[in-house]
Design a protein around this ligand. Structure first.
Ligand code: NDP
Length: 246
């Protein structure tokens, strides 16, 4: 039990990677604040986390709204007295070619993926700094490192998350708050399920390990970065991509 007495906030916990992260932290004894845009969407994760024996509170919050981001952190502090781990996982895509990309396509993706992480980090690190302990883990993407046609908005948001990670790591290190990013490659979730079959096959061919990643591949690394074993790691970008980008 690595996280007994630790409190974690996971955004985008209703499905996919966020759900797996929440479960992995619960399995190591963390108390959890689970968030997504609706409470109903969190039912399944909440039941799984509780079945693992963890205490958990679901919160409906849109991370692109600052008051909602604050409410997530407030739920951790009010229910469990502290906040130790923040996983900025909530993310969306609005893929289209540059010339067809609307201002709204751009803003919605940047507001959720990048501004959302800024809001949640700002709210959580206020408490983490006082505690002199914190772990912030940002779920970026391999395409934030290598780019991808048809994803200018998404790639910009994920590259921005890497800059945010490094700046926050420098700013918060003295308070014993570490900030790291994970850049998943293509992981089997609803997000990649939405891709056409042919596109998914093409992508798989670009992966040296010859398969899409699993949500557990990402969750295990979050557990590591949140643990005491990673105490001397900050400002880093951990690529979990089957070798598709080196
Ligand atoms: P899913 O689409 O399966 O899940 C996205 C999650 O984000 C849901 O829980 C959703 O909750 C939540 N979410 C979306 N918008 C908001 C919002 N405005 N406020 C709060 N929560 C929100 O995605 P994945 O599990 O595949 O991806 C998780 C993260 O990993 C994302 O940041 C994604 O960019 C990143 N990633 C994924 C990869 C992949 O191959 N799958 C590869 C690289 C990175 P709800 O809709 O219920 O509100």
């Amino acid at each position: 039990m690595m996280f007994q007495d630790k409190v974690a906030v996971v955004t985008g916990a209703s499905r996919g990677i966020g759900r797996a992260i929440a479960l992995a932290l619960a399995n190591q004894g963390a108390k959890l604040v689970l968030s997504a845009r609706s409470l109903a969407a969190l039912d399944d994760t909440l039941a799984a986390v509780k079945a693992a024996g963890a205490e958990a509170v679901p919160v409906a919050a849109d991370v692109s709204i600052e008051a909602d981001a604050r409410s997530l952190v407030a739920a951790a502090v009010e229910n469990f007295g502290r906040v130790d781990i923040l996983v900025n996982n909530a993310g969306i895509t609005r893929d289209t070619l540059l010339l067809r990309m609307s201002e709204q396509d751009w803003d919605t993706v940047l507001d959720t993926n990048l501004k959302g992480a800024f809001f949640c980090t700002k709210a959580a690190t206020k408490f983490m700094s006082k505690q002199r302990f914190g772990r912030v883990i940002n779920i970026s993407s391999v395409v934030g490192e290598m780019g991808n046609a048809g994803q200018a908005n998404y790639c910009a948001s994920k590259a921005g998350l890497i800059g945010l990670t490094k700046s926050n790591a420098r700013e918060l290190a003295r308070r014993n708050v570490t900030v790291n990013a994970i850049t998943p490659g293509f992981i089997a979730t609803d997000m990649t399920e939405a891709l056409p079959e042919k596109k998914r096959e093409e992508l798989t061919q670009q992966i040296p390990l010859g398969r899409l990643g699993s949500v557990d591949d990402i969750a295990e690394s979050v557990v590591f970065l949140a643990s005491d074993r990673a105490a001397y790691i900050t400002g880093q970008v951990l690529g979990i991509n089957g070798g598709m980008y080196m």
